[in-house]
Design a protein around this ligand. Structure first.
Ligand SMILES: C[S@@+](CC[C@H](N)C(=O)[O-])C[C@H]1O[C@@H](n2cnc3c(N)ncnc32)[C@H](O)[C@@H]1O
Length: 207
């Protein structure tokens, strides 16, 4: 199968209504990720800004916005039809078409959430460094869910099956990448109801 750009494939998925299936499939793991985020912001009792990178139809942005301490939440994705869907569901919402790693934000965020996006990049380790240097505010968090990694054997056939590039790293390589990018207070766990296949990694920018 010819290799296509991930954002072209997901554009087609949105047109075919497959975004809803992803939302359902990812909801349990994302629930745990949001639980982690909300626990930290509630401890601090300060307003927080958030962005969901690779937001699909924007469902996580809408969950973030529901939190009483959330001052702003936005979503970005490189697939036009995903963002069109997000705007259709939530006309007031802040959703934009952005290609990573090229896009650089003009502000920093207290929370960066990203589910099932990072490994589509050719060089996810450099993206983590960009997140650390240019995206996360001081004391802010990067919380990411990853289902494609070396130890998740079933996921190793996905690049060929879907016809897109995926960067395959081991659990340890992913965790090391958070450390190498500069994050501290790194924690990771396996999340999700079906065999807990989602590798979640969270790290804080403390300086
Ligand atoms: C597996 S989907 C996950 C969507 C959403 N996070 C969810 O859980 O429903 C991956 C998303 O990342 C986006 N994406 C992949 N590579 C990207 C890139 N280089 N720049 C921007 N978005 C990208 C795709 O368009 C797609 O919507």
């Amino acid at each position: 199968m010819a290799i296509r750009k991930a954002t072209d494939v997901f554009h087609d998925w949105a047109l075919a209504g497959k975004d809803k299936g992803m939302e359902k499939g990812h909801s349990s793991a994302v629930g745990e990720m949001l639980g982690f985020i909300f626990q930290h912001v509630e401890k601090k009792q300060e307003k927080f800004s958030a962005i969901d990178v690779g937001c699909g139809n924007g469902w996580v942005v809408r969950l973030l916005k529901e939190h009483p301490l959330c001052s702003s939440a936005e979503g970005i994705d490189g697939a036009e039809a995903m963002i069109a869907k997000a705007k259709q569901i939530d006309i007031e919402g802040d959703y934009s078409v952005r290609q990573l790693p090229e896009y650089a934000p003009s502000k920093r965020y207290d929370i960066i959430h990203s589910m099932e996006f990072l490994y589509y990049l050719e060089d996810p380790k450099s993206m983590l460094k960009l997140f650390y240097d240019n995206w996360v505010a001081k004391d802010g968090w990067l919380v990411v869910g990853i289902d494609h990694y070396l130890e998740h054997e079933e996921s190793l056939s996905w690049p060929e099956h879907v016809g897109v590039h995926m960067t395959t790293l081991s659990r340890q390589e992913w965790k090391d990448a958070w450390h190498d990018a500069g994050f501290t207070n790194i924690s990771s766990w396996q999340a999700g109801e079906k065999d807990s296949v989602t590798l979640v990694i969270a790290g804080q920018k403390v300086d």
